[in-house]
Design a protein around this ligand. Structure first.
Ligand SMILES: [Zn+2]
Length: 149
């Protein structure tokens, strides 16, 4: 599983659906990809959108091979913006759901820049929550809750 950011600044007044449609048409016309490169996208409110169907590998502009990865994108540019609590909680809940459903090892939950030297993706302000262990430890806590239910 690989976590990305959109790489383009995105704020409250921007339209999520337009953004997704633009990404889809850019992917198809400019890049000749089959669809949006990501399987899931998370907006500023923490809403989760399904992108490319999960049974098709994602796409990337960099040298890493996304085959067998689930690609999650957090909309915005987190070199510049700060992710908010809703986004982080959604990201943690989505990762929890996916690692349980597809039996993915937490060692395989990483960010784009862990695979590619060509990118700062998902941006330093989002990356720091992986670097300090917050995302993975929160996923572990979530999983514990599910098991004890
Ligand atoms: Zn990326």
């Amino acid at each position: 599983m690989t976590v990305h950011h959109g790489g383009v600044e995105f704020y409250d007044e921007d339209k999520v659906i337009d953004n997704i449609r633009n990404l889809q048409s850019w992917s198809r016309t400019e890049k000749k990809w089959i669809d949006i490169p990501y399987h899931f996208m998370i907006d500023l409110e923490g809403k989760i959108y399904e992108g490319r169907p999960i049974n098709y590998p994602g796409d990337t502009n960099t040298e890493y091979d996304p085959t067998n990865h689930i690609l999650i994108e957090v909309t915005g540019n987190y070199e510049i913006q700060e992710p908010n609590t809703e986004q982080l909680n959604s990201l943690i809940n989505l990762i929890t759901f996916l690692v349980v459903k597809f039996k993915i090892s937490l060692n395989n939950v990483k960010t784009h820049r862990d695979y590619s030297k060509m990118t700062v993706c998902p941006g330093k302000n989002l990356y720091k929550f992986f670097e300090n262990g917050y995302v993975i430890s929160s996923v572990e806590k979530n999983m514990g809750k599910n098991i004890n239910r």
